[in-house]
Write a protein that binds this ligand. Structure first.
Ligand code: K2U
Ligand code: NI
Length: 181
C-alpha cells in the first residue's frame, strides 16, 4: 500500500527528469505499481483511510513521484458534472488542445511539494488525449475543467516539470526548489 513516505519530495532527481515510455504489454511489476497508485488516490479520498494512514488527498499521482521514471500516472476524480475519471494511464499524450487557457482557482498544490506556492498555473482549457489504460486498451478522451487540469499536472511530472515552473507572474526566488538535502 502506498503511503506518503513512498512519495518523493522536491529535490529528488526523478521529479526533474524526463520519464521513459512504458513497454507494452505491461509487465506484472508495472501493472502492480500503477494499480497501487490508483488505490492510493482512492484511499486518500476516503476520510477514514486518509486519517488512519495520514494520507494527503490527491486526484492524481505520477510514477516519478515514487521515484519511478516511467511514463504512467493515475487519476481519480469526479468533475462538476458528476462524471467519474478513474484511470491508470500509460504513455499518455496530448494530441490536440484549445488555444483558450484556464487555471484552478486558488492555484495548484502537489503531493511532492510540502509548501504553499501561490499563483495561477495556466493550463489548456480543453485537451484531447491518447493513452493506454490498465486494461491495455488505447483510449482517446476529450477533457475539460478539473480532469484537463489534473491530466496536464500529471503529464508535466513525466517531463520533469513542476506546477510552479508555469506560474508566470511570480517572483523567481520563491519558485526555486528547497535546497538539496
Ligand atoms: O501530482 C500531484 O502531486 C497530485 C496533485 C495533483 C493536482 C494538483 C493541483 C491541480 C491538479 C492536480 C494532488 O491531487 S493535489 C490535491 C488536489 C486535490 C483536489 C484538487 C486539486 C488538487
Ligand atoms: Ni504534483
Amino acid at each position: 500500500m502506498i503511503t506518503m513516505k513512498d512519495i518523493v519530495r522536491e529535490g529528488h532527481p526523478a521529479l526533474r527528469e524526463v520519464s521513459q515510455e512504458v513497454q507494452l504489454p505491461l509487465s506484472a511489476e508495472d501493472r502492480q505499481t500503477l494499480e497501487s497508485m490508483l488505490d492510493f488516490l482512492k484511499n486518500s479520498q476516503n476520510p477514514e483511510t486518509a486519517e488512519k494512514y495520514e494520507l494527503r488527498s490527491g486526484v492524481g499521482l505520477a510514477a516519478p513521484q515514487l521515484g519511478i521514471k516511467k511514463r504512467m500516472f493515475a487519476m481519480h476524480l469526479t468533475d462538476d458534472r458528476e462524471q467519474e475519471y478513474s484511470y491508470g494511464l500509460i504513455n499518455p499524450k496530448i494530441v490536440s488542445h484549445s488555444v483558450e487557457l484556464t487555471h484552478l482557482e486558488g492555484g495548484e498544490g502537489c503531493l511532492s511539494v510540502d509548501r504553499e506556492v501561490p499563483g495561477s498555473v495556466p493550463r489548456y482549457a480543453r485537451i484531447t488525449i491518447e493513452a493506454a489504460t490498465l486494461e491495455e486498451e488505447k483510449v482517446k478522451l476529450r477533457l475539460r475543467g478539473l480532469p484537463a487540469i489534473v491530466f496536464q499536472h500529471e503529464l508535466d511530472h513525466l517531463n520533469g516539470v513542476m506546477f510552479y515552473d508555469r506560474i508566470e507572474d511570480y517572483e523567481d526566488e520563491l519558485k526555486k526548489e528547497l535546497p538539496k538535502l
